[in-house]
Design a protein around this ligand. Structure first.
Ligand SMILES: [Fe+2]
Ligand SMILES: [Fe+2]
Length: 247
C-alpha cells in the first residue's frame, strides 16, 4: 500500500470510519498505479523550502482563504441542486465548513503574522468567505458549472481534493506554528486542529458516499474514475507546483 493511501485510511479509522470494502481498495489501487506527486517526499521538501519564507507563507494563507471560499460556493450550488435530501444536507454542511475555513485562514494570518496586512486589505480578505451558516438554505449560483445533482465523479474528485488538502495542511502546520509569536501558538494550534478534523471528515463522508455508489452496482465505474481523476489531480498538482501554489 502506498504511504498516502495508508495514511489516509489510517486517519479514517481514527475517525471511526469502518473498513470500506470497495473504497479502501480503489484508493489503494489508484495510488499504486498512479502514485500522486503530493504523496512524495520531494513534494514535501519543495513545500518546506518555499514555506520557510514568511512572506510566501503569509501569501499562501491568503490563497488558501480564496480557495476555501471558492470551494464553499461550488458546494453550495451542488447542495442546492441535489434532490436527495440526505445527500444534499451533507454537501451543505461541507459548504458551511469550507466557508468557515476561508475565515479561519484570515484569522491564522492575523495570529501568525500580526499586522501583515492593512485594514483595507483585511476587510477585503474577510469577503473571501461567502459566510454560509446553518440558518441559510443553499441556492445555486446561476450559470454555475456546479448547479447540478452531485455525481459519483464529483464525489471522487472531491475525495481526492480533500486528501490533497489534508496533506497540505499537515505540511503547513509545523512551519506556521514556528513563525507564530509564542504567546499565540496555543490559539493557532486550536484553529489548526479544527481544520484538520474538518478536512479528515470531508475525506470520510465522501469515502462513505463513494462506497454507497459501489455497493449499488457502480464499483467498476468508481475504480476507473478514481484512477482517471488521480491522474488529473496529478497534472494539476504538477502545474501548481511550478507556480508554488499548494492548497
Ligand atoms: Fe477546507
Ligand atoms: Fe475540505
Amino acid at each position: 500500500m502506498s504511504d498516502i493511501a495508508h495514511s489516509t485510511l489510517q486517519a479514517l479509522r481514527q475517525q471511526n470510519v469502518p473498513l470500506l470494502f470497495h473504497y479502501d481498495d480503489l484508493l489503494c489501487n489508484a495510488c499504486q498505479k498512479s502514485p500522486p506527486l503530493f504523496g512524495e517526499t520531494t513534494y514535501a521538501d519543495i513545500y518546506h523550502e518555499a514555506a520557510c519564507d514568511p512572506q510566501w507563507l503569509a501569501i499562501s494563507l491568503i490563497t488558501n482563504a480564496e480557495r476555501e471560499g471558492d470551494g464553499a460556493t461550488r458546494l453550495w450550488s451542488l447542495a442546492a441542486s441535489t434532490p436527495d435530501a440526505g445527500l444534499a444536507a451533507q454537501i451543505r454542511q461541507h459548504a458551511i465548513d469550507e466557508s468557515h475555513h476561508a475565515r479561519a485562514y484570515v484569522q491564522m494570518l492575523d495570529i501568525a503574522f500580526p499586522g501583515a496586512v492593512d485594514r483595507k486589505l483585511h476587510a477585503q480578505l474577510l469577503t473571501l468567505s461567502p459566510g454560509y451558516s446553518r440558518q441559510q438554505a443553499p441556492v445555486a449560483v446561476p450559470g454555475s458549472a456546479f448547479a447540478h445533482p452531485i455525481t459519483l465523479d464529483d464525489l471522487i474528485q472531491m475525495n481526492i481534493a480533500e486528501i490533497r488538502t489534508r496533506v497540505h495542511h499537515l505540511m503547513q502546520r509545523p512551519i506556521l506554528l514556528q513563525f507564530c509569536p509564542v504567546d499565540s501558538r496555543p490559539r493557532l494550534a486550536r484553529i489548526l486542529d479544527r481544520l484538520l478534523l474538518d478536512e479528515t471528515r470531508h475525506v470520510a463522508y465522501t469515502a462513505r458516499l463513494i462506497e454507497g455508489f459501489c455497493t449499488q452496482g457502480e464499483a467498476a465505474q468508481a475504480k476507473a474514475l478514481m484512477l482517471e481523476r488521480m491522474d488529473d489531480f496529478d497534472a494539476i498538482t504538477r502545474h501548481e507546483l511550478e507556480l508554488r501554489v499548494f492548497e
